[in-house]
Design a protein around this ligand. Structure first.
Ligand code: ZN
Length: 133
């Protein structure tokens, strides 16, 4: 696994949170994107070398809606960059981690993504992401 690619934060109201984080970072988000298959609307911020993703549910069945229901707003996942997501998935399964989607799917920001179930990672939802060339 490589560096932390971004940190995902679940929010109730993307527009409000875009303003909040813009004043926190001193810079507005550089893009927004809807991932229809996941039921989320996202926006991305850069702070120095770091990237923050805000996620808002677009329907009540979205994983983000369920997360906020259970835990409230806050850090939702940590994403790590990987060079070869397929071999990384196989490696992690061999190590005993539960991969939520064995076939990488298209996520926001031009990435192939896969998630590890938090029950196998001390409660932290881990996202693997590989840049789509
Ligand atoms: Zn993410």
């Amino acid at each position: 696994m490589d560096k932390i690619e971004h940190i995902g934060i679940a929010v109730k109201d993307l527009e409000k949170s875009n303003k909040l984080f813009a004043s926190l970072f001193g810079e507005t988000h550089y893009k927004t994107e809807e991932v229809v298959s996941e039921g989320v609307k996202t926006s991305f911020f850069k702070t120095g070398l770091n990237k923050i993703e805000l996620l808002q549910a677009t329907n009540p069945k979205s994983p983000i809606a369920r997360f906020i229901e259970r835990k409230g707003e806050g850090i939702h996942h940590i994403a790590f960059a990987v060079k070869d997501i397929k071999s990384e998935i196989i490696r992690l399964q061999k190590e005993g981690f539960t991969v939520l989607n064995e076939v990488p799917k298209k996520g926001a920001d031009n990435k192939l993504v896969a998630f590890l179930h938090p029950k196998t990672t001390n409660g932290v939802l881990i996202e693997l992401c590989q840049e789509i060339e």
